[in-house]
Design a protein around this ligand. Structure first.
Ligand SMILES: [Zn+2]
Length: 293
């Protein structure tokens, strides 16, 4: 399998902006780390892909976090991305596997729940983060991101996201696109784009056929003379470290650390995002205690 990447482009005389990504390996990595089952994998994968697309608007070290809180059996979902194609995510209940929906697809809306909220937090390096929130409109996630972008960020957009899961729970293919109308887009452009999208094949089918993100970009923007402007590698990447968790323990204070030493002879921390486990010996903790002074 080729490495994951995202392409960005424009079409229709720069009235349309588009991003297309193959995220097969990235979502596979998330599946493996969370040991997730089909419905959870599809929901987590779509959330990560959507976060990746929101990340394309960021700069420098800024990050965006998307939290989807529905009433379905998978509980909440979190996806996070930066401007450099680094993404990570987690899910409350990774082991949900529902029967397929009426279209014989993974029932993501059944897992997420049709009622709930999508909350976007952008850390832009300012004192306060930007927070935008919308109610879920379908629970299928792509429609919910579409609704968020159009209503909360006033950028008419369409998202497509797909995750194809093998019978052994591994990820066969995953990817998506985000297409946006820029100010001044004409009626002709809008109707041509709608025509292109109305019976558009599933993105995972196209990836499975071997289509590249560039070729998918061409298909979405047919008749609009699309141009690819750039590429970016995409990967599952977590920013956790033993040191970061240690600093969190230091902030608990000396007494709390002493009780970990007395009761457990050490401590263990597990990262929500990547499931990496960090182990602290009694000696490690004594060292941290000195830092609290
Ligand atoms: Zn981590």
């Amino acid at each position: 399998m080729r490495k994951d990447y995202l392409v960005r482009g424009v079409a229709f005389d720069k009235q349309v902006r588009i991003f297309v990504a193959d995220t097969s390996k990235t979502v596979q990595e998330a599946q493996k780390r969370h040991d997730s089952w089909s419905t959870s994998t599809a929901a987590l994968g779509r959330t990560i892909i959507g976060s990746l697309f929101l990340g394309t608007a960021l700069k420098g070290d800024d990050t965006v976090t998307v939290r989807i809180q529905g009433e379905g059996p998978i509980g909440y979902l979190v996806g996070e991305a930066d401007a450099k194609g680094n993404v990570r995510g987690y899910i409350k209940n990774p082991q949900v596997s529902l029967n397929p929906n009426d279209l014989n697809k993974i029932d993501v809306a059944g897992g997420v729940g049709a009622r709930g909220e999508l909350i976007v937090t952008k850390d832009l390096g300012l004192k306060e983060p930007y927070v935008g929130r919308v109610n879920l409109i379908s629970g299928e996630i792509a429609e919910d991101f579409t609704y968020y972008m159009t209503s909360s960020e006033q950028t008419p957009s369409a998202f497509a996201m797909g995750v194809l899961v093998n019978p052994d729970e591994s990820v066969d293919h995953a990817g998506g696109f985000m297409v946006q109308l820029l100010p001044g887009a004409s009626e002709e452009t809008i109707s041509q784009l709608e025509e292109n999208l109305v019976n558009f094949p599933h993105i995972t089918e196209l990836l499975k056929e071997g289509k590249t993100p560039e070729e998918i970009l061409e298909l979405v923007c047919q008749g609009g003379n699309p141009k690819v402007l750039g590429h970016m590698p995409v990967q599952f990447h977590c920013t956790c470290s033993k040191e970061r968790f240690a600093q969190a323990m230091v902030s608990l204070g000396s007494e709390e650390i002493q009780s970990m030493i007395d009761q457990d002879g050490g401590a263990e921390a597990i990262c929500h995002f990547c499931r990496q486990k960090y182990i602290y010996s009694a000696a490690d903790l004594e060292q941290l205690q000195k830092e609290t002074e």
